[in-house]
Design a protein around this ligand. Structure first.
Ligand code: NAP
Length: 258
């Protein structure tokens, strides 16, 4: 299926590794020119080189998307994207009793206010061109909160509420805004979280992994390319009637009917 986005421009944040990288890969495979952002230069350049194999234009920006300077650098490199994929590292786990106001502000900055700022900077030109696809990478925790990830549960809920309102205002102009909610995917972030959990429970990584996989009805973790391909579809020309949605991709882990 031709997704009808060849030649479009995408800004993909936090995209040198993991889910952001997978989104950039799937978009590039569809012929989308991509600007990717991450802090570390080495992984960024490596991903950029892999993306160029698809024959598209690739710009790599080494910057922290959660800072005004980082967002300005992204905007300068890709001022009028047709597609915006919002992503950043997730906040650390912990007990809310130990979190200060500064910890909360950091989480809100990264996982709520940064995507809102980037939407603000790009949505009006998308509206003027009558095409725009905005995808926010959030978390399955939006639907079933993870107790030790309270900073993430809270910040992402704020973004989700904001998007629910805005997405209904932009869709008449063929600009959609949707959230993708990953369950457990095989990425660096996931490995770090599992290592910390295994340590805190005094079990081995093998035991931790086996337990995790058993808890997922698919009996496996997600592969980043599965996530990237969903992102590419949500960004497709055909997906103009999908907006304001929270699309879970979690191998059946969320136990609810709806
Ligand atoms: P990952 O494998 O650790 O990759 C994170 C990517 O984001 C890297 O390229 C990293 O590069 C970049 N990045 C992180 N902070 C950044 C910043 N401030 N500015 C620019 N780039 C930044 O993580 P992931 O598993 O793909 O997770 C992506 C998001 O999905 C996170 O918010 C995570 O909480 C959420 N999530 C993931 C899972 C899962 O199972 N993987 C499940 C639920 C939710 P640099 O470090 O070099 O900047």
């Amino acid at each position: 299926m031709d997704l009808g986005i060849k030649g479009k421009k995408a800004l993909v944040c936090a995209a040198s590794k993991g889910l952001g990288r997978a989104c950039a890969m799937s978009l590039a495979r569809e012929g989308v020119n991509v600007t990717i952002l991450a802090r570390g230069q080495d992984a960024l350049e490596q991903t950029a080189a892999e993306l160029r194999r698809f024959g598209v234009e690739v710009t790599a920006v080494a910057a922290d998307v959660t800072t005004p300077a980082g967002r300005a650098a992204a905007h300068a490199a890709c001022p009028d994207p047709d597609i915006l994929v919002n992503n950043a590292g997730g906040p650390p786990p912990g007990d809310f009793r130990n979190w200060s106001r500064e910890d909360w502000i950091r989480a809100l900055d990264a996982n709520m206010l940064t995507p809102i700022e980037l939407i603000k900077a790009t949505v009006d030109t998308m509206i003027a061109r009558r095409f725009g696809r905005i995808v926010n990478i959030t978390s399955g925790a939006v639907k079933h909160p993870i107790p030790h990830l309270g900073l993430s549960n809270g910040a992402r809920a704020g973004l989700t509420g904001f998007v629910a309102g805005l997405a209904r205002q932009t869709v008449a102009h063929n600009v959609t805004i949707n959230n993708l909610l990953p369950g457990f995917f095989e990425t660096d972030r996931n490995l770090t979280t599992m290592t910390a959990m295994a340590k805190s429970r005094g079990i081995s990584m093998e035991e931790m992994k086996a337990e995790r996989v058993q808890s997922i009805p698919a009996h496996r973790q997600g592969i980043p390319s599965e996530f990237g391909d969903l992102c590419a579809y949500v960004c497709s020309a055909q997906a103009g009637f999908i907006t304001g949605q929270n699309l879970l991709i979690d191998g059946g882990a969320y136990p609810g009917t709806l």
